[in-house]
Design a protein around this ligand. Structure first.
Ligand code: NIG
Ligand code: FE
Length: 417
């Protein structure tokens, strides 16, 4: 099938060439074509431009039957890329959330059986089919809000058997979904209770058993570690990243959410594709990120839900760094994968401008997924993943109207969903 979308009021994020990411002042640069068309064939973008330049005689040369879609003055965006999620989990955690509202600390909640270890227990009891079905629903809801590419982490297994179970569920999602999916092995999400006295033994298990098995089944693209106060130290992180790299897994890590943990620096040292969270980012962390290939990724939903300090997005961009924004969809700190909400939070909480935010949620998160050559912009040859908005006067409505779904129709791999 080929699709010709005509009469697009604004075609957003049109890149003539495949771009790596946008950084610093360049994040204000958001190419837009007014009164545009978009042509896709098969699962890729074939052409785009001004309506005035649309040459209909060329359409007869298409190899596939053509469907015409009149956007009638609506906007078209490339689908959002969400480079950080934990959507494979068993059961929500709203009960402990109420305890949190009442003022219980993270430690007190953990003592009552809450937190990551609670999700781990429930995941252990769930079947692969149950995990698949609930993650499938989450994935489809995310697509309906405009997401077209997503990274999914393991990390609620915390034993070899259950980490592999999670990663096999992610593999099934990859096979069945029209979304572009990347898998991240996060065995080092928390130290299981039985290793509390000897956390290094758990690190050894990850290094000697989990990583080789994950690699043998080719279940993951990346390796993640929660390198932060009370979780894994820089030293432990280094050992796990070195082994992951040896087995072909590029690091993408949780860093500096709870403290100046050294997580950012260790991520940069091991050429992480991204370091994520970043509430505790100072001059030393910014200096480490400059001249690196690591994408600083902020997760506004988690900061909002947990009432944390905001990562210094403006300071990072002023220093010349790129910034990416992702959802962190997970049952403990962000039970939402709505990237439109992330966009609104980007401007409300981080004072980022709409142009910066669109870059931060498309091309920059595409880079953080390792997929800037396939998704994240309207570029010839990239995947035909895009959406048509509801009627709106300007793209700023995306940031401004924070509670409603602004998407009318969405297309993944060149097919309307
Ligand atoms: O990214 N920060 C670490 N991990 C998750 C939270 C996971 C949970 O509480 O279940 C996060 O926010
Ligand atoms: Fe996370």
């Amino acid at each position: 099938m080929a699709i010709l979308v005509t009469n697009i009021k604004q075609l957003v994020q049109t890149e003539p060439k495949k771009l790596k990411y946008r950084a610093g002042k360049d994040m204000m640069n958001l190419p837009i074509i007014e009164n545009a068309y978009l042509l896709t064939e098969g699962d890729v973008i074939k052409d785009f431009g001004c309506m005035d330049s649309l040459d209909r005689t060329k359409l007869s040369k298409l190899k596939e039957p053509l469907q015409e879609v009149d956007a009638a003055g609506r906007m078209v965006f490339p689908s959002f890329c969400d480079s950080h999620t934990h959507i494979v989990y068993a059961g929500s955690r709203e009960v402990e959330y109420i305890d949190k509202i009442k003022g219980l600390s993270y430690e007190e909640i953990a003592k009552r059986g809450g937190g990551i270890l609670n999700s781990s227990k429930r995941l252990h009891e769930a079947s692969e089919d149950e995990l698949f079905d609930s993650a499938w629903q989450r994935l489809n809801e995310m697509a309906s809000y405009g997401t077209g590419a997503v990274e999914i982490k393991s990390g609620y297994g915390l034993s070899t058997e259950d980490e592999l179970k999670m990663l096999r569920v992610i593999r099934r999602l990859k096979e069945k979904s029209p979304m572009l999916i990347k898998a991240n092995f996060l065995g080092a999400h928390a130290v299981p209770a039985q290793y509390k006295k000897n956390p290094d033994d758990y690190v050894d298990l990850i290094i000697n058993e989990m990583i080789p098995m994950v690699a043998a089944e080719e279940l993951a693209d990346f390796i993640d570690v929660f390198c932060d106060k009370g979780f894994f130290t820089v030293e432990q992180t280094e050992r796990m990243l070195m082994q992951g790299i040896k087995y072909g897994l590029r690091p993408k890590i949780h860093a500096n959410e709870l403290d100046y943990s050294g997580g950012i620096q260790v991520g940069v040292k091991y050429n992480a594709l991204s370091v994520d969270h970043l509430e505790y980012t100072g001059d030393a962390e910014i200096a480490a990120l400059l001249d690196s290939e690591t994408m600083p990724t902020i997760l506004p939903g988690a900061a909002f839900f947990l009432g944390m300090v905001c990562a210094p997005a403006r300071k990072m961009m002023d220093a010349g760094l790129p910034v990416a924004l992702a959802s962190d969809f997970n049952p403990g700190s962000c039970p939402s994968g709505n990237m439109q909400l992330v966009i609104a939070m980007g401007s409300i909480m981080y004072k980022m401008l709409p142009e910066e935010i669109i870059n931060a949620t498309t091309i920059n998160t595409a880079y953080a997924l390792g997929e800037h050559e396939t998704v994240g912009s309207i570029t010839k040859g990239k995947k035909a993943n895009f959406f048509i908005t509801k009627p709106m006067d300007t793209i700023y409505f995306m940031n401004y109207a924070f509670g409603s779904n602004k998407i009318e129709r969405y297309f993944l791999n060149g097919k309307e969903q």
